[in-house]
Design a protein around this ligand. Structure first.
Ligand code: GTP
Ligand code: MG
Ligand code: ZN
Length: 155
């Protein structure tokens, strides 16, 4: 299970297993966001043989750059990106991009910035494959439907 902190991954796991295996908590009333309760990955085998892996929500993912001794979390980059000139800023070549500015000023180191872009790419890929999969499922549904129609016609 992947997803932002507070979306209810651990709650879902607890409900499916019928036990309180993972700690959960309410979302913050001030920021309206999850409090990144889960901080480790846990694999659970359900009685029916299903396997679930609970992961920490995105907000928890941090980058430790041991080379520069600098640690920056994606949360800081996400915070900065809210002030970018364009709402759909990709933080790669836009004018008025707060993230690029922070990298140029040395407030965010290059490695952290690159890791962030990589994560965004992975996210986009993950999301696109879901859409593609849905489309394939739909196409398969059509094939089956036409096949059944064909058979009925022949009868
Ligand atoms: N209204 C509503 N609340 C939910 C639902 N699922 C979970 N919650 C609540 O959302 C809050 C956060 O749930 P968690 O399961 O801790 O969220 P999480 O995704 O595991 O968060 P992290 O561990 O931080 O990544 C809890 O207060 C849950 O009770 C739901 O389907 N509806
Ligand atoms: Mg959790
Ligand atoms: Zn930007």
């Amino acid at each position: 299970m992947l997803g932002s902190s507070g979306v209810g991954k651990s709650t879902l796991l607890n409900n499916l297993s019928g036990e309180t295996l993972m700690k959960t908590d309410s979302i913050s009333t001030s920021t309206n966001k999850g409090k990144h309760i889960t901080s480790h990955r846990e694999l659970i085998i359900l009685e029916n043989g299903g396997i679930l892996i609970d992961n920490p929500g995105m907000r928890e993912v941090g980058i430790a750059d041991s080379a520069s001794g600098l640690e920056i979390t994606f949360e800081e980059i996400i915070k900065l990106s809210r002030d970018c000139k364009y709402k759909d800023c990709t933080h790669t070549n836009e004018i008025g991009c707060r993230v690029i500015e922070a990298v140029e000023k040395g407030q965010i180191d290059i490695a952290s910035y690159e890791n962030y872009l990589k994560m965004e790419k992975e996210k986009a890929y993950f999301e696109s494959t879901i859409t593609e999969r849905r489309k394939k499922d739909k196409d398969l549904g059509k094939i089956i439907k036409n096949y059944k129609k064909d058979i009925n016609r022949k009868k």
